[in-house]
Design a protein around this ligand. Sequence first.
Ligand code: ACM
Length: 629
Amino acid sequence: MKKALLISLAILSGILSYAQTGANRISIIPQPVSIVTGTGNFVLPSDLAIITGNNEDVKRTAGFLSKTLSSLTGINVAIKEGSGSTSKSIFLTLGADKTIPKEGYRMKVAADGVSIIASDAAGIFYGVQTLLQLLPNNNAVREWVIPAVTITDYPRFGWRGLMLDVSRHFFTKQQVKDYIDEMVKYKFNLLHLHLSDDQGWRIEIKSLPKLTEVGAWRVDKTGTFGRFSNPLPNEPKNYGGFYTQDDIREIVQYAKDRYVNILPEIDMPGHSLAAIASYPELTSTPGTYAVNSGEQLMVWPGGGQHFYGLIDNSLCPAKENVYDFIDKVFTELAQLFPFEYIHMGGDETARNFWEKSDDIKALMKKEKLKDLNEVQSYFVKRVEKIINSKGKKLIGWDEILEGGLAPNAAVMSWRGMKGGIEAAKQGHEVVMSPTDFAYLDYMQGDAAIEPPVYATLRLKKAYEFEPVPDGVNASLIKGGQANLWTEQVYNIRHLQYMMWPRGFAIAEALWSPKDRRNWNDFAKRVESHFGRLEAEGVNYSPSIYDPIIEATKQDTTVVVKLSTEIEGLSIHYSFDNSFPDQFYPKYTSPLTVPKDASVMKLITSRDNKVIGRLIVIPVADLRRRAGIR
Ligand code: ACM
């Protein structure tokens, strides 16, 4: 008897110490509103059941949970309709507590089972996502236990979005569904699909068949997008694809079952080359056009000068047939997407062809438009009327403010927060998605190692995203979103690499209370979720382990300052061409690059083990960064 007691105590303490130490530290992203840890664990029994009421939505969520638990643990998890307190089960209870906010839930895990209570089905779904994050973060465990805990949770914002650009590179219906599966684990509830651009039209419009016969296809190129050679006349246009209307209905339903709205974007008047290649009469400039394959299309001179297009990729605001086209597109879109908004793009419209157009000059005279901002505003206002006539609301990138905002439009602020602030001051709804914090196409670490893109956004900066600026009516800020443009994203593995872990940071900015956010704590949780992504076979960027490199000029030489984004790393370096490891000199203070060195190599370590990736930077690059010629 005594022996049996000792053995059970030993097993129990093993489980307890397992539950309380590294492997199963409670590590939820986004951070819940409140977590109170209890004692003990719920050990999943071999006859585990999920108990629901008779609500179909909750039963569907129970189905997801059962499937995930069964495939993780090998336990055959039953779903039963019922109530009460049969022990050793997971109870999903709807409607029992009306004090729980929309999409929120209350969860209690104790040794005798789990209870998730919510006032709507979405809340049950999010409670289940949290429950799954309480399981051990890898598949190598012997015992499936969930630590005792009480969680109260609900979102800070109702719009928790991710934008996926399926135009520059096409992602299949299945890949979009997989993306939805990943995003909901982190409680995102909106997928914005960027369905058209210069590089491809991605949705079937039955009344305009050339959009997908012509506009969905381009020459396939590999290398660095934006710098490709011009396609030759005989090169096949075999890269691309599109979603049929049946595909869209399937994606919309798949998303709905997981509490995700889909926001469709058709970008106009700029970024419209795929439409123009299909129907050239839509531009101000007569000619023949082809879908862009990644060769240079726009010029960004900088220094305050307006960008311009090398060919005309804008719809012509002066042509009535353009509004007929838009009406046809939005008629079909409005029938396919139940979400209340349609996104009309509106960003980065080149003006140089408009300047030369007689049609536009005539329009300006007729409508008394004093400049091209007002021409653009005239266009947006007409588009808004079309969108409203289909029973939908217009949202657009912040350029739609230029020349005067359309009366009911919502603004998606991307060029920083200022467009959002201005729109909110004018009483319009706003979604914040500023490049400074939320552009997931940017590099996440040093340019010496990351695939080259326009700019850098490290995880720590993304984590500082605060969607409500001071002095703005917070009720007009619907929430925020992260944008994943795919000019340089050629495949799904790289898409995942760009998405995680910065998607975690944005998820937390949009869900968790402001005062629950803490970088050092978040960074630890991120590492725990790396284990989850690995177990699922999802790629992520390890750039939080890469050093931050600052090169400055001192007389004729370069001084290199190194730091790290996360705590507890050491940086080791070499200037002698060899490969540094954890035994190499440790960085403690700024380094003067030796006069004859040609390359600097860096690696990071933790607990005497190499953890980061090798970074190799030619000294010539360091000199360039420091401004030495
Ligand atoms: C954008 O990034 N051009 C909206």
